[in-house]
Design a protein. Structure first.
Length: 154
């Protein structure tokens, strides 16, 4: 967990260096512009030789058909929440609860799982929609922290 562009993704990928099973990288970023395309390209390039099978899943990660006992890197829960709220039409709390439920269900299929998320910190949004998103992100992160065996902060 950490701020944007803090190295979370590369750190999370490196956690799989000793995992020898099938490894899935679940990418949740909804690409909407050139900056998003460039970000995705950088991430793909950075993990090109790390043996991940990349799946782009924008919502409902629990429905991802993964092999039992695989390794799963979910990048990132923050994007997943935004997708559920803004594309799925859910309010903040229901979206956060759905994301956590789906992540827990996904983790039941994995031998090893890492979830990347962003720490919203002390956002001062200024508009109701962004404030609801920040509150939902804090709620989701708190729920994920309760389920986690280990947490790394940046």
């Amino acid at each position: 967990m950490g701020g944007p562009h803090s190295g979370k993704s590369a750190f999370a990928e490196d956690l799989f260096k000793d995992f020898h099973g099938k490894k899935y990288y679940i990418a949740t970023l909804m690409v909407c512009d050139r900056e998003g395309e460039e970000r995705v390209a950088r991430h793909r390039s950075g993990r090109a030789d790390k043996g991940f099978i990349t799946l782009e899943v924008l919502r409902n990660v629990d429905r991802t058909g993964l092999d039992l006992g695989s390794g799963v890197l979910l990048e990132c829960a923050t994007n997943l929440l935004a997708n559920e709220m803004f594309e799925g039409g859910l309010g903040g709390k229901p979206a956060a609860e759905k994301c956590v439920k789906n992540i827990i269900e996904l983790s039941a299929r994995a031998e090893y799982m890492v979830v990347v998320t962003t720490d919203p910190g002390d956002w001062e949004a200024g508009d109701i929609e962004t404030e609801e998103y920040a509150a939902a992100q804090k709620l989701m992160n708190d729920m994920l922290l309760e389920e986690a065996r280990e947490v790394c902060r940046f």
